[in-house]
Design a protein around this ligand. Structure first.
Ligand code: TXA
Ligand code: MG
Length: 311
């Protein structure tokens, strides 16, 4: 059920869930102060309770209400990138954020999204927790249609059009006196250099036996089809190819185009729609062209495709 901003506000105030647009992907929102509704988010997504949620605020100042102390460069980072696709993990006062939100961790993740409709709603109802609006393990939703595919036509969704970024926010975590990337995302490491004086590194899953980003543990972004990632020898076995507009592929294969090799933003924007299209077309095996640059946003694209290909 497509709803307007007033209806979204009304439902959230009545402790119901609403799917909402952000510039990255659609989110599945509940108010931070409603643990009952937040529990429902985990249930309807089929999400593990050990995977914490991001708190979405309408102003950087709002984080101060929850934080014990703000890590260095917090103000400079939010000044440069909020509203926008950056999530910052901050140590918090435990009694102020229900443990279900942070999966029992002593930290919470914060982000100020830039979509005007969603900012308007947050200003009206207070901070929202929002995981991506997809069934756990599936590609995120970058359009209302994707939300409807996963949660049904009756589920309330605020239509904000297609998402501009197409991939989730970049998550930064301050550890051992440095910011590190806990999840690759819409902002690439290089953009932080002028602010931090260094490029934050990306730590994959575990460091010193501590989980940096719990989300890394779970299967993600995957279509039904088996994905073959870039090995030329496997191309004959595939019924579909996921590729780029300037490349040519065997004529007998059905090709779904991610976009141009000269435009990683376009590729990111189309990525989840193409993975979902494979499901829609009942593809069995899709061969993914992994022959693309390895810098910047391409790193995020490569990581998402690799994760989508994991079985
Ligand atoms: O772009 C986005 O970030 C989207 C939109 C809707 O804002 N949201 C999103 O949420 O991607 P979700 O739940 O799909 O991913 C949140 C990620 C997970 O990998 C989770 O483990 C991590 O954030 N996370 C949340 N709180 C954390 C914490 N306290 N410490 C470490 N990782 C955390
Ligand atoms: Mg997600």
């Amino acid at each position: 059920m497509r709803i307007n901003v007033e209806e979204a506000i009304e439902k959230l105030l009545a402790n119901q869930l609403v799917a909402m647009p952000t510039e990255t992907v659609y989110g599945l929102a509940a108010r931070l102060t409603c643990p009952g509704a937040i529990k429902k988010i985990f249930e309807i997504k089929g999400r593990s309770l050990v995977n914490p949620l991001i708190i979405h605020v309408a102003n950087p100042i709002d984080v101060c209400a929850y934080a014990i102390a703000l890590p260095p460069h917090f103000d400079a980072l939010t000044h440069a990138f909020w509203p926008g696709p950056l999530t910052l993990i901050v140590p918090i006062q435990l009694d102020l954020v229900d443990s279900i939100v942070r999966a029992g961790l002593p930290t919470a993740a914060f982000r100020m999204p830039s979509h005007p409709l969603t900012l308007h709603v947050i200003r009206a109802v207070g901070p929202l927790v929002m995981p991506s609006a997809n069934l756990s393990g599936k590609p995120s939703s970058t359009d209302v249609k994707h939300v409807e595919m996963d949660f049904g036509l009756d589920f309330p969704v605020l239509d904000g059009g297609p998402c501009q970024e197409g991939v989730e926010s970049t998550i930064l975590h301050y550890r051992n006196s440095q910011w590190e990337i806990a999840r690759l995302g819409a902002l690439s490491a290089t953009v932080f250099q002028p602010i931090l004086g260094y490029e934050p590194i990306y730590q994959k899953i575990v460091k010193n036996d501590q989980i940096i980003s719990p989300g890394q543990m779970f299967r993600h972004y995957a279509p039904q089809a088996t994905l073959f990632l870039g090995d030329q020898k496997q191309i004959t076995e595939a019924d579909f190819i996921v590729g780029f507009t300037e490349k040519s592929y065997p004529v007998e294969k059905r090709v779904l185009y991610l976009g141009s090799l000269s435009n990683p933003h376009e590729v990111a924007e189309n990525l989840y729609a193409v993975l979902r299209q494979l499901d829609f077309e009942k593809a069995k095996i899709a061969w993914v062209d992994m022959d693309f640059p390895s810098e910047g946003l391409w790193k995020t694209i490569a990581e998402r495709l690799s994760r989508a290909g994991e079985k």
